[in-house]
Every structure is written in C-alpha cells, then in structure tokens.
Design a protein around this ligand. Structure first.
Ligand code: SAH
Length: 365
C-alpha cells in the first residue's frame, strides 16, 4: 500500500446522480440488475410525481433494488443552505452544489399559479451592470440534473394537492449559454412521466444571443421566449448589457422575430426600469418605435436594488410617465409588481447577501 496524496483508496466512491441519468441509461442500468424495463417508469413516478426524498421510500420496488439504487446513485446531490419565506408566499432557496457552488431558485404563488424560477449556471458571464448574479463572472454550467433538482426541491415545498404550473428560466446564469442542459431538463419537465408541464407554461429568458435563439427555434418545442432588452438604443444597451457590443439590438430583434415566426408564441421583452438611467419619456418613445408592429409584450420590471451597486428603483412619478408614454404609443405593456420584496428576491442577491443574514431568515442546519 502507498500513502501518496493521490491515494484515494479509503474515500467512499462518488455515487452518480440519478437526476443526471437519461431515461435510456436508467433502463440500461436496470437491465444490468436483471430488472424489467417498467421499473424505470416506477422510479420516475416516485421522483417526479410522488416527491420521494430517498430510494428507501419507493416501496413498490423490491428491497434489494432499492438498496442497489442507493449504492450506485444519489437521488439529490445538492443541499439547501438557506431558505427564505416571504409574507406573500414567495419562497427562495439557496442551493449548495456538490462542488460547493451556490445557486438560487424561487417558488412564486400567484392565485392558482405555482411558478418556479430556476438557475442555469453558477454565476453569469453576461456582465449586466445592475445584476447581482454576474458580479463575479461565471463559474460553470449546471448539469441537467442540477437544474432539475432545483425544480424538485421547490415542488416538494407544495402541499400534496398542489402542482407546479409554470417554469421560468430566469434565475442565475444565461440559459442560452447552457442550452443543451437546459433543453434536457425541460424535456423531463414537460414529459408526462416527468413534471407534466406544457411548454406553453415554460419561459426561457435570455440576454439575447441570436445563434442560440435560432437553435431554440430549430428545436421546435414552443417554449415562451423572453428577451432582456433594458434599453431602446445600442448606445445605452452597450453600457448596461456589455455583451450587446458584440451583438446589437437589430440582430436580437431579428432573431426573436424568427423565433416568433417558427413557434407562434408571442414574445416578451423585459425592461428593468433603472431610475434616471432608462426611464425617461424620450426613451419610452424610442421603445415605441422599436416595438411598434411587433407581436410582443413589454414586461417592465422595477429594479430590485442590489447592495453595493449604484442603481435605483425609479420614482412612482417616473414609472407612471413611462407607462403612459408606452401605452399611448400602442405598445402592449405590463408592469410587473415585485414579489418577495421582503426577501432577497432578485436572483443572485441571496448568494451575495449571505454574510448579512438576519434572524428572520432561516439558515438550515
Ligand atoms: N440571463 C437571462 C436570465 C436571467 S436574469 C436574462 O438576461 O434574461 C432574469 C431577468 O432579471 C433579466 O431580465 C434580468 O435583467 C433581470 N434582473 C437582473 N437583476 C435584476 C434586479 N436587480 N432587479 C430586477 N431585475 C433584475
């Protein structure tokens, strides 16, 4: 025996993540265990519909099989580091991944809707100057199992008679920079044996990467597309969304138009309203010129201030003027109200503000 630093003989073997397995891989593993194929559907039902937290709970599987599953796989590979519950029913989780990376995800309750917002990357490379997620750049893409684990952990916070109804890919990261894994997750999210959520209730939000938007169109599943615009001119957008320098608004709008032509799904443009930066009446008029004639909804989001950044939520008066100018210009506009404003609701903030947690927030053991 050697005792060199590289000698890992005494470490327990790293188990594979069940959620990262594709269905045919699970069927293959079951075949190796001399188990019938229908066991795969049984396992999936336990994971996605019966909300199992362990293999032990899967009581219609033979005990020996449950034991073999637990030897070879982890059902969940991450842990919930912090959970926050807002008085309006919004819940936010800070998830710690196996390698120590952290991401956030949110459950929103709105009438009968049970929507979740999940992350696609640890950090973000897009560098939007007002956003907490990208302040330290991107660390890595999440695997499709890690994206799914966020969905499942949020699902398990609902009472048994409630189901997840909507998914938005609007957490940390740029989903179109991790498109393969995002699409693999969403395949399971919309599968009847998975979460069974229609693609019409799933929204992918992007900073605007035209080649990836075209790929999404070719993929052919009619997900809703939301494009984060935030400025009516390249001059301003280059400053707020640095990746714009290489792309430009015209190319983004053209690729979004192509997505609309292929998918038939009405586009959403998102516009974070930053006081004194992009909220003037003149900028509203420019937006009207840009969006007039397009089948698009402009979703205006009041800025959620991020500690240490100089941007501010606009005044009520500025919001009203901005709104009136858009409505008079015939733009289909929606002003989103803030949810979870008493918790670190804008994605990226919880991870950032951890050191300043107060007693009302609940660090888990
Ligand atoms: N990278 C994707 C998805 C993640 S961000 C994208 O850019 O769309 C989801 C949305 O939240 C984006 O429109 C983003 O600009 C916005 N956002 C980021 N920080 C915010 C903040 N502090 N307040 C309000 N909206 C914010």
């Amino acid at each position: 025996m050697t005792d060199t630093p590289g000698d890992l003989e005494t470490s327990p073997p790293q188990r594979r993540s069940l959620l990262d397995l594709h269905r045919d891989e699970l069927v293959g593993w079951l075949a190796e265990q001399k188990q019938p194929k229908f066991r795969a559907a049984q396992i999936l039902r336990w994971v996605y519909q019966q909300r199992a937290m362990s293999f032990e709970e899967m009581t219609d599987l033979p005990a020996k099989l449950r034991q073999r599953l637990a030897e070879d796989f982890d059902l969940f590979t991450a842990s919930v580091e912090v959970e926050q519950v807002s008085h309006d029913g919004t819940e936010k989780l800070l998830i710690r991944l196996r390698d120590g990376g952290e991401v956030e995800c949110v459950l929103l309750r709105d009438g009968p809707r049970r929507s979740i917002c999940v992350s696609s990357q640890v950090g973000c490379a897009m560098g939007c100057v007002f956003c907490a997620s990208g302040l330290d750049g991107v660390k890595r893409n999440l695997t499709h199992g890690e994206i799914m684990e966020q969905m499942l952990r949020l699902q398990r916070r609902l009472p048994a008679d409630e189901r997840l109804s909507h998914i938005v890919m609007m957490g940390m990261g740029e989903p179109l920079a991790n498109l393969d894994n995002v699409l693999a997750t969403l395949d399971i999210a919309r599968d009847a044996d998975g979460l069974g959520i229609s693609p019409r209730r799933i929204t992918i939000s992007t900073v605007g990467l035209p080649p990836a938007i075209d790929r999404l169109a070719r993929h052919g599943v009619p997900y809703n597309l939301a494009v984060s615009l935030h400025a009516p001119s390249d001059e301003l957008r280059n400053r707020l969304v640095p990746v714009n320098v290489k792309v430009g608004i015209d190319k983004i709008l053209a690729s979004a138009d192509r997505y609309f032509a292929t998918s038939g799904r009405r586009l959403t443009y998102e516009y974070v309203l930053l006081g004194g930066v992009n909220d003037s009446i003149q900028q509203a008029h420019e937006l009207v010129r840009l969006l007039r004639g397009r089948s698009a909804l402009l979703n205006v989001i009041p800025y959620n201030p991020v500690a240490g950044l100089p941007y501010k939520t606009p005044s009520a008066g500025a919001v009203t003027q901005f709104r009136e100018a858009l409505e008079q210009g015939g733009v289909n506009v929606q002003f989103r109200t803030r949810k979870g404003s008493d918790i670190d609701a804008a994605c990226g903030q919880l991870r950032r503000n951890r050191e300043q947690l107060t007693e009302s927030q609940l660090p888990l053991a």
